[in-house]
Write a protein that binds this ligand. Structure first.
Ligand SMILES: [Zn+2]
Length: 437
């Protein structure tokens, strides 16, 4: 009889498969880093496993997918708040980056962010920043799964002092990381249509296509951006990108707050995907993305936190809660963005947006064993009626008890096994004192 490497047994299991299969008392078997069986606990009574992970009192579910982050920016958490995007970027973030971002600080910020995400149940993120090689090294070492995008922008940036070399740097990063780690997927991240020329955008997309990687870009984030785009290019930011031929299933559009009906139709026709970041959009007062309209049109929408400087955390539980409620209040309709829809955005739809839904995003046989276990024995989680309701409206990051990625235990009883968290916090605080000077 086949011996499992690990049997996660005794908890509720929410698979987030297409049928929404749920087991009141179930088990998930893992072998060679993949899910090899899932079902009611009774089916596993005589199946041997090298190791049993006791999930009684817990809920077993797929790890969360954060579709938009800037990992090193956790070092700027709380540095500048309560400002419009343009002023926040130009007067605070860009100068702080110019002064303090280095290979070492990028690694530190990425480790801090990875620790925060893992302890809160995020097993995959999609990142865009500079010095992507250092981000990838930090993320790989801690055991997180990630799409890591090398930033592309038309002015000197950390690690790319000569903007003429930006596409070359991105290409070299991708080539260096393709096939290097099964958990790291290199990518290209163009900052925005207003910070990258048409020539830059075309060259970046061409490189992404040639190398077969995801192309990420912030787009239509603020009303000012949308207005300026119409003045300069005579069309909306989404139409501008489409006119350049940049929209296809391997393009991830981040924010798309100011997308109108024509834009949504274009995004759907091109099968491009959208990363929705409600808390960042709220904090910078960018607006409310027309997500219910995108979903109705059949667009794949993922959920992201954005960077720590504009959120100010990487907690997808809070993001789900906010995504569900924000659209209800805007539409004065509590039936939009139901809990199951939002939970799927943070799991399987996130995986789909990254082109990874065949590997992650749900508990299904053959997929990677990226699994988290929520501790339900909390006052805020009793009684229990439906899992989706608790996961979107009541669970906190601190309720994540165990985390497994590719079958490897990363968090056990709320303790991160792959990194010295206290040391990372100490270094981050030290760095904060330098940044504040
Ligand atoms: Zn962003």
């Amino acid at each position: 009889m086949e011996q499992f490497d690990c049997l996660i047994d005794g908890g509720m299991v929410l698979t987030v498969d297409p049928a929404g299969t749920f087991f009141q008392q179930g088990a998930v078997a893992v072998k060679d880093g993949r899910i090899v069986a899932v079902g009611p606990s009774d089916d596993f009574q005589s199946r041997p496993a090298k190791e049993i992970l006791d999930a009684r009192g817990g809920l077993i579910m797929p790890g969360l997918v954060n579709a938009h982050t800037h990992l090193p920016m956790s070092l700027f958490r709380g540095l500048a708040d309560d400002l419009p995007l343009e002023q926040w970027l130009s007067d605070h973030i860009f100068p702080a980056e110019a002064k303090h971002i280095s290979p070492d600080s990028v690694k530190l910020g990425a480790r801090l962010s990875a620790a925060e995400m893992l302890l809160s149940g995020t097993t995959t993120c999609c990142d865009g920043y500079f010095l992507a090689h250092q981000v990838a090294e930090a993320v790989d070492a801690i055991g997180l799964r990630a799409v890591i995008g090398q930033g592309v922008i038309d002015f000197p940036a950390p690690g790319v002092p000569d903007p003429k070399k930006k596409i070359h740097v991105a290409r070299e990063f991708i080539k260096a990381w393709q096939g290097r780690s099964v958990r790291i997927h290199p990518s290209i991240f163009c900052h925005a249509p207003y910070t990258c020329s048409a020539e830059t955008l075309l060259a970046a997309k061409q490189a992404a296509d040639e190398l077969g990687v995801l192309f990420q870009i912030h787009v239509a984030e603020t009303q000012i951006e949308a207005r300026q785009c119409r003045q300069i290019h005579g069309c909306s930011p989404v139409q501008y990108l489409d006119g350049l031929g940049l929209l296809d299933p391997k393009t991830l559009l981040i924010h798309a707050v100011w997308a109108d009906k024509i834009d949504i139709d274009i995004i759907h026709r091109r099968q491009a995907c959208v990363a929705h970041c409600p808390e960042s959009n709220m904090k910078l007062a960018s607006g409310i993305a027309p997500i219910p309209d995108m979903l109705a049109a059949g667009v794949t929408v993922a959920l992201g936190t954005d960077g720590c400087a504009s959120n100010n955390d990487l907690d997808l539980w809070g993001e789900m809660d906010m995504a569900a409620k924000l659209h209800k209040v805007q539409r004065l309709d509590p039936t939009v963005m139901d809990a199951d829809t939002v939970l799927r955005m943070a799991t399987i739809e996130g995986a789909r947006a990254l082109g990874m839904d065949h590997e992650i995003g749900s508990i299904e046989v053959g997929k990677q064993a990226d699994i988290i276990i929520i501790d339900l024995e909390q006052p805020r989680l009793a009684p229990f009626y439906t899992p989706q309701s608790h996961l979107v409206y009541a669970v906190h990051a601190a309720d994540v008890r165990h985390v497994m990625i590719a079958g490897r235990r990363i968090v056990q009883d709320r303790r991160l096994l792959t990194i010295d968290v206290e040391d990372v916090i100490r270094q981050a605080k030290q760095m904060g004192r330098i940044i504040q000077k």
